[in-house]
Design a protein around this ligand. Structure first.
Ligand code: GLC
Length: 568
């Protein structure tokens, strides 16, 4: 249930009163020597669901282009488009059948070039999703590979004999449910697929695969992309002996036995490929963003590379394992990301996980909590990656009947796991028909919350989640402390309020987030850090009572955000 807001709940936005916005400026605000991706705000677009220019119910590239003005005004610097290559769409684009083209459903290569150029004029960069671990089973490489044991591309995939009659080569389980091996009668062997059977894994031990895939990145660099998000990059290599994974107790959410993916996940060989892929990226001033599911700071650290020569932005999904508002747990995860010595990459939602609005919301203060979460991940030291619609408070709209499920994971996992359709529903532009996404029939049903949570309505409401994001992002772009400052945790034993400084030279921004449902009074003693209290200025707050600038006793309402700036 969503609490109605009252007129008195207006944001206090000292910043927007006193300073002009920096939207549309010609140059990024980067300080000298700072790579562009460290100051950029990234925004993930699931192209099927963003904007439909052809009105056939499926979003497309021209649709994205038509919304660049919106993205610029929001404060987005780079867009990551999930796969828009030709694909049979078994996994909605993550099954690529041609890496050097655009799926006709999304447009043409010329449309893509046009989009890149238009975005460039607005100083927005585009990164592609690089499905590096597997192809579609309809890719010509795989069609050739499966045609005979001696075909040119046979060794581009992982083929093995079964253990015995009807038995796959080992006990590896697919992330999409069932065994990770499929028997192919044409040649009488099994092929390995970590994901769906229609997504055979490439054999990265074959140098020809590396060459061909690196060439794919060169192709897109020539088309003006500024980097790649590396899909499922943990999974590139498999144990050459294909040893069985240790079996754990219980079942996973797809109903399969739980195993420890010791022999097919995060093998050391990954790093050799990443170093070479990074060299190609460096030649193109490009960034590599990683879909890196790590379990420890040590694993995350490894992805940056021993010489900072692998992935610049490995996503820290450990941050997302904090699935509730818990100041101590977020504090611990931030410390962990900071301890790697790398530049952190924070996300709170994406096309594979329940929307943050639902994960963190308590059903009563969902809007306040959405703002609180924004104030967290957009003010930490690092690069944030937003997920489309997060800035509106879009919610999940999960299917209620199995026959409506589109996601292959939902089809296998039903009813225990309903799949990922719920977080992929169309962007909510207006309160009109189909939320202004399409004049056709949308490929997934629009979340009913669109009547209130949409770009048009929220743009007119100074208290909306969207306006909060806009102000926050504008602040972030212009404030050197938010862009570059150190992260200094404050009041570390406070169980309810997460607070920290972003400290830069003689300046600092203090962020205080009340993660509890009760009033909290906090004392910030910054004298030891050398900051005088005299020049405190409120930057942004959701407090309804007048914000306090005396830091020895700050009263924070439930789920409120309080951000102030100091200088020495
Ligand atoms: C990644 C993608 C996910 C996809 C899978 C297989 O995890 O984020 O959506 O299903 O890879 O490509």
């Amino acid at each position: 249930m969503i609490r109605e807001r009252t007129a008195s709940a207006l944001l206090t936005l000292t910043f927007c009163v006193t300073s002009p916005f920096v939207f549309g400026q010609a140059k990024p605000v980067d300080a000298a020597g700072q790579p562009w991706w460290q100051h950029a705000v990234f925004y993930e677009i699931y192209p099927r669901s963003f904007a439909d220019s052809k009105h056939n119910g499926i979003g497309d590239l021209r649709g994205i282009e038509s919304k660049l003005g919106y993205l610029k005004q929001l404060g987005v610097d780079a867009i990551w488009i999930t796969p828009c290559y030709p694909s049979p769409q078994v996994d909605f684009g993550y099954d690529v059948s041609d890496y050097d083209n655009i799926d006709p459903m999304y447009g043409t290569l010329a449309d893509f070039d046009h989009l890149v150029n238009s975005a460039k004029k607005k100083h927005i960069r585009i990164i592609m999703d690089f499905v590096i671990n597997h192809t579609s089973d309809q890719h010509p490489w795989f069609l050739d590979s499966k045609s005979s044991r001696t075909s040119t591309h046979r060794d581009w995939y992982i083929w093995r004999d079964g253990k015995g009659s009807g038995e796959p080569p080992n006990n590896w389980i697919s992330g999409f449910g069932g065994p990770a091996w499929k028997f192919d009668p044409t040649t009488g062997q099994y092929y390995y697929h970590y994901f769906a059977t229609a997504q055979p894994d490439l054999n990265w031990r074959n140098p020809a695969v590396e060459q061909a895939m690196f060439d794919v990145t060169r192709f897109w660099y020539k088309h003006g992309v500024s980097g790649f998000r590396l899909d499922a990059v943990d999974l590139l290599f498999e144990d050459p002996e294909l040893r069985d994974n240790p079996v754990l107790d219980g079942k996973n959410e797809m109903g399969d036995p739980k195993t420890l993916e010791k022999y097919n996940d995060k093998l050391p060989e990954n790093h050799e490929v990443l170093r070479r892929l990074r060299s190609v990226a460096d030649e193109n001033n490009a960034v590599l963003v990683g879909e890196t599911y790590t379990d420890s700071a040590a694993e995350l650290k490894e992805y940056y590379g021993a010489q900072n020569d692998e992935i610049q932005l490995p996503m820290d999904f450990m941050f997302c394992t904090v699935n509730k508002l818990s100041a101590p747990e977020f504090r611990r995860q931030i410390a962990l990301a900071e301890s790697t010595g790398g530049w952190p990459t924070y996300v709170i939602g994406n096309h594979d996980m329940e929307r943050s609005y639902v994960r963190y919301g308590d059903g009563r203060h969902d809007d306040e909590i959405a703002k609180l979460m924004a104030a967290l991940y957009l003010t930490l030291r690092g690069t944030p990656i937003m997920y489309y619609g997060e800035e509106l408070g879009m919610t999940n709209n999960d299917p209620t009947r199995k026959e409506d499920v589109k996601d292959p994971m939902g089809v296998t996992g039903w009813p225990a796991y309903k799949g990922r359709d719920g977080e992929r529903t169309p962007m909510q532009w207006t309160d009109g028909p189909n939320a202004g996404f399409t004049r056709g029939t949308p490929w997934l049903p629009i979340a009913p919350s669109y009547k209130k949570y949409n770009v048009q309505s929220e743009s007119q409401d100074p208290d909306s989640i969207l306006e909060f994001y806009r102000h926050l992002l504008a602040l972030r772009h212009r404030d050197p402390a938010l862009l570059e400052g150190d992260y200094v945790p404050l009041n570390e034993d406070n169980a309810s309020v997460l607070s920290y400084l972003r400290r830069y030279r003689n300046e600092a921004v203090l962020v205080a987030l009340n993660m509890s449902g009760s009033m909290q009074t906090v004392n910030f003693d910054l004298t030891q850090l050398g900051f005088s209290r005299a020049r405190v200025k409120v930057l942004l707050t959701t407090l309804q009572s007048p914000p306090n600038t005396r830091l020895e006793k700050v009263s924070l309402e439930p789920f409120s955000v309080y951000m102030v700036r100091f200088s020495k």
